[in-house]
Design a binder for this molecule. Structure first.
Ligand code: NAP
Length: 365
């Protein structure tokens, strides 16, 4: 059972950790021949026996574009490595700012309720802040807090000059209206970039938002740092959520790509995706994007984080993306792994937005 799950992108079982979103019924694909047999799968997992996609130690000199040979395995866009570089750059800037003007950037995080996953995210953000020298402030409110209480804390951070970024950890308890709460964050401290005015500015020609949402910003940073040419290229974003798909499409368009958006009601998503030089997948459906959806040489950014059943893992599950990595990495020019691709970039971009905010407030170049 485990091996068939591991070997076949078409049969990965989603765990009920997340809303199960099943793709529209597509023609059933045969499992990858090289991975179809359980024993061969185990062999395939050993790097020394089968050529693996190249993991890049640094952004490439040449561009990762569709001009690359489709026969070569895809370059691995190593988000973990880039995120580390970004954090190091931020730490240098934080020190430079502190030494020059005595200001330390500050990030306030408001957590309502006691969801374990949210607590973990907040803890990780706090640790990441500490590691680069950003001061973090935390407010933990009980699940049954009122909207007014949350807004009161936001207002107090809005007027606190030592706080340059405010983040309200989502999801909020059901009795709260996300819109009311997110709208209360000053757009000048909206480091998540979710305020409608920031999104509106992102969408408008000739305007710039104060902040770009962290995950799509991380996707763009990966494309830039790996030398993927965007201008004039065809890009497809799969997913149109407010936090990832929609802003990612706006960013690609701002960078002069010709952008199509694929969503749950799109007819022939594979045909549209196959035209793309750049694909950003943010769906939440394990292995939705198969190898035959990919244009040879395309750059693939896989935002999806989906737990699938894996009895061989100590946790009983493992994380996979929205893209069938085994298949896509044989066709694409460059691809992000899951985990270790976009995920680490999100927190790095939050730190970057916080630093940017402090610099802007204090006119520090
Ligand atoms: P979301 O709000 O659930 O949005 C999913 C989007 O995918 C929707 O626009 C939906 O279309 C579309 N969709 C659903 N099924 C589809 C299908 N079969 N074919 C084409 N489109 C389909 O999810 P999200 O918050 O954007 O997150 C997407 C994924 O990214 C999740 O796996 C999430 O865990 C992951 N994520 C990762 C990070 C990170 O830091 N790496 C950050 C955020 C999210 P409709 O609009 O038509 O419903």
């Amino acid at each position: 059972m485990a091996s068939s799950i591991l070997s076949d992108c078409s049969s990965a079982r989603l765990l009920p950790l997340r809303r199960a979103l099943l793709p529209p019924r597509a023609p059933r694909l045969r499992p990858c021949p090289a991975l179809a047999h359980p024993r061969r799968l185990l062999v395939a997992a050993r790097p020394q026996l089968l050529p693996r996609p190249r993991r890049m130690d640094s952004p490439p000199a040449a561009t990762a574009s569709s001009a690359d040979s489709a026969d070569a395995p895809a370059k691995v866009i190593d988000g973990k490595l880039v995120a580390k570089q970004v954090r190091e750059e931020i730490a240098v800037e934080v020190t430079r700012m502190k030494d020059a003007i005595g200001i330390v950037p500050g990030l306030a995080v408001i957590l309502v309720g006691s969801r374990k996953d949210s607590q973990t995210y907040v803890r990780n953000k706090k640790k990441a802040c500490e590691a680069v020298g950003i001061k973090s402030y935390e407010v933990n409110l009980p699940e049954d807090s009122s909207e007014e209480e949350v807004i009161k804390h936001i207002a107090s951070f809005n007027s606190d000059p030592s706080v340059h970024g405010i983040l309200v950890q989502l999801p909020l308890p059901r009795h709260m209206n996300d819109e009311n709460i997110l709208n209360a964050v000053s757009i000048e401290k909206d480091v998540d970039g979710f305020h409608p005015l920031n999104i509106g500015r992102l969408a408008m020609q000739g305007r710039d938002p104060f902040f770009v949402p962290c995950t799509p910003k991380g996707c763009m940073e990966l494309l830039h740092r790996f030398g993927v040419e965007i201008k004039g290229k065809r890009a497809v974003v799969i997913g149109r959520s407010n936090i990832v798909g929609m802003p990612a499409a706006l960013l690609l368009q701002k960078a002069n790509a010709t952008v199509s958006i694929v969503h749950s009601q799109t007819k022939n998503p594979e045909e549209i995706t196959r035209q793309a030089d750049i694909v950003i997948a943010a769906v939440g459906v394990a292995n939705l994007v198969r190898g035959n959806w990919i244009k040879p040489g395309a750059a693939i950014i896989d935002v999806g984080i989906n737990p699938v059943d894996d009895p061989e893992s100590p946790r009983g599950y493992r994380l996979v993306g929205d893209v069938c990595y085994e298949e896509a990495s044989k066709v694409a020019g460059a691809i992000t792994p899951v985990p270790g691709g976009v995920g680490p970039m999100t927190i790095a971009m939050l730190l970057s937005n916080t630093l940017e905010s402090a610099k802007r407030t204090h006119k520090f170049k």
